[in-house]
Write a protein that binds this ligand. Structure first.
Ligand code: JFZ
Length: 311
Protein backbone atom coordinates (compact mmCIF):
# COMPACT_ATOMS: atom_id res chain seq x y z
CA UNK A 1 0.00 0.00 0.00
CA UNK A 2 2.69 2.49 1.03
CA UNK A 3 4.95 1.50 -1.81
CA UNK A 4 2.14 1.72 -4.32
CA UNK A 5 1.15 5.19 -3.04
CA UNK A 6 4.58 6.79 -2.81
CA UNK A 7 4.81 8.43 -6.24
CA UNK A 8 1.26 9.75 -5.84
CA UNK A 9 1.98 11.27 -2.41
CA UNK A 10 5.05 12.98 -3.83
CA UNK A 11 3.13 14.23 -6.85
CA UNK A 12 0.62 16.59 -5.15
CA UNK A 13 -0.66 17.97 -8.43
CA UNK A 14 -2.16 16.25 -11.47
CA UNK A 15 -4.01 17.03 -14.67
CA UNK A 16 -7.51 15.66 -15.24
CA UNK A 17 -8.56 15.44 -18.88
CA UNK A 18 -12.22 15.05 -19.82
CA UNK A 19 -12.25 14.35 -23.51
CA UNK A 20 -14.73 12.49 -25.67
CA UNK A 21 -17.47 12.82 -28.27
CA UNK A 22 -19.25 15.41 -26.09
CA UNK A 23 -16.55 17.93 -27.08
CA UNK A 24 -18.22 18.08 -30.49
CA UNK A 25 -21.67 19.43 -29.40
CA UNK A 26 -19.74 21.45 -26.78
CA UNK A 27 -22.81 22.19 -24.67
CA UNK A 28 -25.27 22.77 -27.50
CA UNK A 29 -27.76 20.34 -29.07
CA UNK A 30 -29.86 21.18 -32.11
CA UNK A 31 -29.26 24.88 -31.66
CA UNK A 32 -30.21 24.84 -27.99
CA UNK A 33 -27.86 25.43 -25.12
CA UNK A 34 -28.02 22.47 -22.71
CA UNK A 35 -27.50 23.26 -19.06
CA UNK A 36 -25.00 21.47 -16.87
CA UNK A 37 -21.60 19.88 -17.34
CA UNK A 38 -20.60 19.26 -20.94
CA UNK A 39 -19.89 15.52 -20.75
CA UNK A 40 -23.46 14.92 -19.49
CA UNK A 41 -25.13 16.37 -22.60
CA UNK A 42 -26.37 12.98 -23.79
CA UNK A 43 -28.37 12.47 -20.60
CA UNK A 44 -29.36 16.10 -20.05
CA UNK A 45 -30.79 16.39 -23.57
CA UNK A 46 -32.03 12.75 -23.53
CA UNK A 47 -30.28 12.12 -26.83
CA UNK A 48 -31.12 8.69 -28.24
CA UNK A 49 -28.03 6.48 -28.38
CA UNK A 50 -28.47 5.88 -32.12
CA UNK A 51 -28.30 9.64 -32.66
CA UNK A 52 -25.46 10.35 -30.26
CA UNK A 53 -23.36 7.63 -31.89
CA UNK A 54 -23.36 9.65 -35.12
CA UNK A 55 -21.00 12.09 -33.40
CA UNK A 56 -18.25 9.51 -33.81
CA UNK A 57 -18.50 9.80 -37.59
CA UNK A 58 -17.51 13.47 -37.33
CA UNK A 59 -14.99 13.18 -34.53
CA UNK A 60 -11.65 14.08 -36.09
CA UNK A 61 -9.27 15.77 -33.63
CA UNK A 62 -6.49 16.37 -36.15
CA UNK A 63 -4.91 19.12 -34.04
CA UNK A 64 -4.26 16.76 -31.13
CA UNK A 65 -0.61 16.64 -30.14
CA UNK A 66 0.35 14.48 -27.19
CA UNK A 67 3.61 16.34 -26.73
CA UNK A 68 1.75 19.64 -26.23
CA UNK A 69 -0.68 18.11 -23.72
CA UNK A 70 2.08 16.62 -21.60
CA UNK A 71 4.23 19.75 -21.84
CA UNK A 72 1.31 21.90 -20.67
CA UNK A 73 0.87 19.63 -17.65
CA UNK A 74 4.58 19.44 -16.92
CA UNK A 75 5.11 23.21 -17.11
CA UNK A 76 2.26 23.71 -14.65
CA UNK A 77 4.09 21.46 -12.18
CA UNK A 78 1.75 18.51 -12.65
CA UNK A 79 3.19 15.03 -12.20
CA UNK A 80 0.40 12.81 -13.50
CA UNK A 81 -2.37 12.86 -16.06
CA UNK A 82 -5.74 11.16 -15.59
CA UNK A 83 -7.68 10.99 -18.84
CA UNK A 84 -11.20 9.75 -19.54
CA UNK A 85 -10.60 6.47 -21.36
CA UNK A 86 -14.37 5.90 -21.33
CA UNK A 87 -16.87 8.30 -19.80
CA UNK A 88 -20.59 7.72 -19.13
CA UNK A 89 -21.43 8.02 -22.84
CA UNK A 90 -19.70 4.67 -23.34
CA UNK A 91 -17.31 5.79 -26.07
CA UNK A 92 -13.74 4.50 -25.72
CA UNK A 93 -10.92 6.92 -26.54
CA UNK A 94 -8.65 3.91 -27.12
CA UNK A 95 -8.55 0.97 -29.52
CA UNK A 96 -10.77 -1.75 -28.12
CA UNK A 97 -11.55 -5.25 -29.30
CA UNK A 98 -14.33 -5.47 -26.73
CA UNK A 99 -16.42 -2.72 -28.36
CA UNK A 100 -16.04 -1.13 -31.78
CA UNK A 101 -17.50 2.09 -30.31
CA UNK A 102 -13.98 3.44 -29.99
CA UNK A 103 -11.84 6.16 -31.50
CA UNK A 104 -9.87 3.87 -33.79
CA UNK A 105 -12.76 1.88 -35.27
CA UNK A 106 -15.59 4.43 -35.24
CA UNK A 107 -14.08 7.79 -36.22
CA UNK A 108 -12.43 9.26 -39.33
CA UNK A 109 -9.45 10.10 -37.11
CA UNK A 110 -8.70 6.41 -36.59
CA UNK A 111 -5.86 6.83 -34.11
CA UNK A 112 -5.53 5.83 -30.46
CA UNK A 113 -5.07 9.08 -28.49
CA UNK A 114 -4.67 7.19 -25.22
CA UNK A 115 -1.71 5.38 -26.67
CA UNK A 116 -0.07 8.59 -27.90
CA UNK A 117 -0.60 10.23 -24.53
CA UNK A 118 0.65 7.22 -22.56
CA UNK A 119 3.83 7.04 -24.63
CA UNK A 120 4.46 10.78 -24.27
CA UNK A 121 3.91 10.62 -20.51
CA UNK A 122 6.39 7.78 -20.20
CA UNK A 123 8.86 9.80 -22.27
CA UNK A 124 8.48 13.00 -20.23
CA UNK A 125 8.37 11.23 -16.87
CA UNK A 126 4.71 11.78 -15.92
CA UNK A 127 2.41 8.98 -14.79
CA UNK A 128 -0.43 8.10 -17.15
CA UNK A 129 -3.70 7.29 -15.39
CA UNK A 130 -7.11 6.26 -16.69
CA UNK A 131 -10.58 7.42 -15.72
CA UNK A 132 -13.05 4.62 -16.50
CA UNK A 133 -16.84 4.79 -15.98
CA UNK A 134 -17.57 1.32 -14.65
CA UNK A 135 -21.29 1.63 -13.88
CA UNK A 136 -22.89 4.27 -16.06
CA UNK A 137 -22.77 3.48 -19.77
CA UNK A 138 -25.45 5.26 -21.79
CA UNK A 139 -24.56 3.40 -24.96
CA UNK A 140 -25.20 -0.10 -23.65
CA UNK A 141 -28.44 -1.98 -23.15
CA UNK A 142 -26.97 -3.48 -19.99
CA UNK A 143 -24.98 -0.51 -18.77
CA UNK A 144 -26.55 1.68 -16.10
CA UNK A 145 -28.44 4.94 -16.30
CA UNK A 146 -29.77 5.23 -19.83
CA UNK A 147 -33.49 5.05 -19.00
CA UNK A 148 -34.62 6.99 -22.08
CA UNK A 149 -33.49 4.35 -24.60
CA UNK A 150 -33.34 1.08 -22.78
CA UNK A 151 -35.80 -0.88 -20.64
CA UNK A 152 -35.40 -0.90 -16.89
CA UNK A 153 -34.56 -4.61 -16.84
CA UNK A 154 -30.89 -4.99 -17.50
CA UNK A 155 -28.16 -7.52 -16.99
CA UNK A 156 -25.47 -5.40 -15.37
CA UNK A 157 -23.28 -8.44 -14.73
CA UNK A 158 -23.28 -9.17 -18.46
CA UNK A 159 -22.14 -5.60 -19.17
CA UNK A 160 -19.35 -5.95 -16.60
CA UNK A 161 -18.23 -9.25 -18.09
CA UNK A 162 -18.48 -8.28 -21.74
CA UNK A 163 -17.34 -4.66 -21.74
CA UNK A 164 -15.83 -3.40 -18.49
CA UNK A 165 -13.49 -6.27 -17.68
CA UNK A 166 -12.23 -6.74 -21.25
CA UNK A 167 -11.64 -2.98 -21.60
CA UNK A 168 -9.89 -2.71 -18.24
CA UNK A 169 -7.73 -5.62 -19.36
CA UNK A 170 -6.87 -3.75 -22.55
CA UNK A 171 -6.06 -0.56 -20.63
CA UNK A 172 -3.82 -2.42 -18.21
CA UNK A 173 -2.10 -4.48 -20.90
CA UNK A 174 -1.54 -2.27 -23.93
CA UNK A 175 -0.22 1.01 -22.49
CA UNK A 176 2.69 0.14 -20.24
CA UNK A 177 2.64 0.92 -16.51
CA UNK A 178 -0.58 2.70 -15.49
CA UNK A 179 -0.44 5.02 -12.47
CA UNK A 180 -4.02 4.60 -11.36
CA UNK A 181 -7.54 3.71 -12.44
CA UNK A 182 -10.09 6.40 -11.59
CA UNK A 183 -13.47 4.70 -11.26
CA UNK A 184 -16.55 6.90 -10.98
CA UNK A 185 -20.19 7.11 -9.83
CA UNK A 186 -20.56 3.48 -8.68
CA UNK A 187 -24.40 3.50 -8.52
CA UNK A 188 -25.75 0.03 -7.72
CA UNK A 189 -22.58 -2.03 -8.11
CA UNK A 190 -22.44 -4.85 -5.51
CA UNK A 191 -19.56 -5.65 -3.19
CA UNK A 192 -18.73 -8.78 -5.20
CA UNK A 193 -18.80 -6.91 -8.49
CA UNK A 194 -16.61 -4.09 -7.19
CA UNK A 195 -14.23 -6.61 -5.63
CA UNK A 196 -13.92 -8.46 -8.95
CA UNK A 197 -12.83 -5.21 -10.66
CA UNK A 198 -10.32 -4.53 -7.92
CA UNK A 199 -8.97 -8.09 -8.20
CA UNK A 200 -8.57 -7.66 -11.95
CA UNK A 201 -6.57 -4.44 -11.57
CA UNK A 202 -4.38 -6.02 -8.88
CA UNK A 203 -3.78 -9.11 -10.98
CA UNK A 204 -2.78 -7.19 -14.12
CA UNK A 205 -0.79 -4.36 -12.50
CA UNK A 206 -0.23 -4.77 -8.75
CA UNK A 207 1.42 -1.33 -8.59
CA UNK A 208 -1.61 0.44 -10.10
CA UNK A 209 -3.53 2.60 -7.61
CA UNK A 210 -7.33 2.34 -7.40
CA UNK A 211 -9.35 5.52 -6.80
CA UNK A 212 -12.05 6.06 -4.20
CA UNK A 213 -15.15 5.84 -6.40
CA UNK A 214 -15.13 2.09 -7.08
CA UNK A 215 -18.20 1.39 -4.95
CA UNK A 216 -19.71 -1.62 -3.17
CA UNK A 217 -18.02 -0.60 0.06
CA UNK A 218 -14.78 -2.11 -1.21
CA UNK A 219 -11.62 -0.54 0.14
CA UNK A 220 -9.60 1.50 -2.34
CA UNK A 221 -6.20 3.17 -2.17
CA UNK A 222 -7.35 6.74 -1.61
CA UNK A 223 -10.43 8.92 -1.21
CA UNK A 224 -11.86 11.50 -3.56
CA UNK A 225 -13.59 14.49 -2.03
CA UNK A 226 -16.72 15.80 -3.70
CA UNK A 227 -15.89 17.59 -6.92
CA UNK A 228 -14.30 20.98 -6.18
CA UNK A 229 -14.77 20.33 -2.46
CA UNK A 230 -11.88 21.26 -0.17
CA UNK A 231 -11.92 20.08 3.45
CA UNK A 232 -11.77 22.77 6.14
CA UNK A 233 -8.87 21.29 8.07
CA UNK A 234 -5.92 18.92 7.79
CA UNK A 235 -7.20 15.46 6.86
CA UNK A 236 -5.12 12.33 7.52
CA UNK A 237 -4.77 9.64 4.87
CA UNK A 238 -4.63 9.87 1.11
CA UNK A 239 -7.18 12.03 -0.66
CA UNK A 240 -7.59 14.05 -3.81
CA UNK A 241 -9.72 16.99 -4.87
CA UNK A 242 -10.96 16.70 -8.46
CA UNK A 243 -11.62 20.22 -9.71
CA UNK A 244 -12.62 22.18 -12.76
CA UNK A 245 -10.92 25.25 -14.25
CA UNK A 246 -14.29 26.71 -15.22
CA UNK A 247 -17.76 25.21 -14.57
CA UNK A 248 -17.53 22.09 -16.73
CA UNK A 249 -15.31 19.03 -17.18
CA UNK A 250 -16.02 18.27 -20.83
CA UNK A 251 -15.56 21.21 -23.25
CA UNK A 252 -18.42 23.73 -23.51
CA UNK A 253 -17.90 26.54 -25.97
CA UNK A 254 -19.86 29.07 -23.90
CA UNK A 255 -18.31 28.43 -20.51
CA UNK A 256 -15.74 31.15 -19.86
CA UNK A 257 -15.99 31.20 -16.08
CA UNK A 258 -12.28 30.65 -15.58
CA UNK A 259 -10.68 30.63 -12.17
CA UNK A 260 -7.74 33.01 -11.95
CA UNK A 261 -4.15 31.75 -11.74
CA UNK A 262 -3.70 33.33 -8.31
CA UNK A 263 -6.86 31.68 -6.97
CA UNK A 264 -5.75 28.35 -8.37
CA UNK A 265 -2.32 28.70 -6.80
CA UNK A 266 -3.94 29.44 -3.44
CA UNK A 267 -6.19 26.39 -3.83
CA UNK A 268 -3.20 24.23 -4.68
CA UNK A 269 -1.36 25.34 -1.54
CA UNK A 270 -4.47 25.04 0.60
CA UNK A 271 -5.12 21.47 -0.56
CA UNK A 272 -1.52 20.28 -0.36
CA UNK A 273 -1.06 21.93 3.05
CA UNK A 274 -4.01 19.88 4.30
CA UNK A 275 -2.43 16.71 2.95
CA UNK A 276 -4.32 16.23 -0.31
CA UNK A 277 -3.64 16.06 -4.02
CA UNK A 278 -5.13 18.48 -6.54
CA UNK A 279 -6.45 17.00 -9.79
CA UNK A 280 -7.18 19.95 -12.02
CA UNK A 281 -9.20 19.49 -15.18
CA UNK A 282 -8.90 20.56 -18.80
CA UNK A 283 -11.51 19.82 -21.47
CA UNK A 284 -9.98 19.60 -24.95
CA UNK A 285 -12.00 20.59 -28.01
CA UNK A 286 -13.24 18.25 -30.74
CA UNK A 287 -10.29 19.47 -32.82
CA UNK A 288 -7.94 18.15 -30.18
CA UNK A 289 -6.75 21.32 -28.49
CA UNK A 290 -6.72 22.26 -24.83
CA UNK A 291 -8.57 25.61 -24.82
CA UNK A 292 -6.08 28.48 -25.04
CA UNK A 293 -7.49 30.06 -21.84
CA UNK A 294 -6.69 26.86 -19.94
CA UNK A 295 -3.20 26.66 -21.39
CA UNK A 296 -2.49 30.29 -20.42
CA UNK A 297 -3.87 29.90 -16.89
CA UNK A 298 -1.86 26.72 -16.25
CA UNK A 299 1.30 28.36 -17.58
CA UNK A 300 0.84 31.18 -15.04
CA UNK A 301 0.31 28.73 -12.19
CA UNK A 302 3.56 27.04 -13.23
CA UNK A 303 5.42 30.36 -13.52
CA UNK A 304 4.24 31.43 -10.11
CA UNK A 305 5.54 28.26 -8.51
CA UNK A 306 8.86 28.46 -10.33
CA UNK A 307 9.62 32.09 -9.52
CA UNK A 308 8.65 31.58 -5.90
CA UNK A 309 10.71 28.44 -5.40
CA UNK A 310 13.92 29.81 -6.96
CA UNK A 311 16.51 31.78 -4.93
C1 JFZ B 1 -18.56 12.50 -11.82
C2 JFZ B 1 -19.02 12.46 -13.27
O1 JFZ B 1 -20.39 12.15 -13.35
C3 JFZ B 1 -18.69 13.76 -13.94
O2 JFZ B 1 -19.10 13.74 -15.29
C4 JFZ B 1 -17.20 14.01 -13.86
O3 JFZ B 1 -16.51 13.00 -14.57
C5 JFZ B 1 -16.77 14.03 -12.39
C6 JFZ B 1 -15.28 14.16 -12.23
O4 JFZ B 1 -17.19 12.84 -11.72
O5 JFZ B 1 -19.40 13.34 -11.09
C7 JFZ B 1 -19.38 13.34 -9.72
C8 JFZ B 1 -19.04 12.24 -8.99
C9 JFZ B 1 -19.01 12.31 -7.59
C10 JFZ B 1 -19.31 13.49 -6.95
C11 JFZ B 1 -19.65 14.60 -7.68
C12 JFZ B 1 -19.69 14.52 -9.09
N1 JFZ B 1 -19.24 13.58 -5.56
O6 JFZ B 1 -18.94 12.58 -4.88
O7 JFZ B 1 -19.45 14.67 -4.98
Amino acid sequence: QNERMQWWRDAHFGMFIHWGLYAKPAGEWKGKEIEGIGEWIMKRAQIPAVEYRQLAKEFNPVKFNAHDFVTTAKNAGMKYITITSKHHDGFAMFKSDASDYNIVDATPYGKDVIKALAEECHKQGLRICFYYSQSRDWNELNGLDNDWDFPKERNFQKYLDEKVKPQLTELLTNYGPVGLIWFDTPMSITKEQAQSLKDLVRKLQPECIISGRLGGGVETDYMSTGDNVIPATVVPGDWEVPATLNNTWGFKKNDHHWKSPVDLTRLLFDITAKGGNYLLNVGPTAEGLIPQESVDILAKVGDWMKTNSES
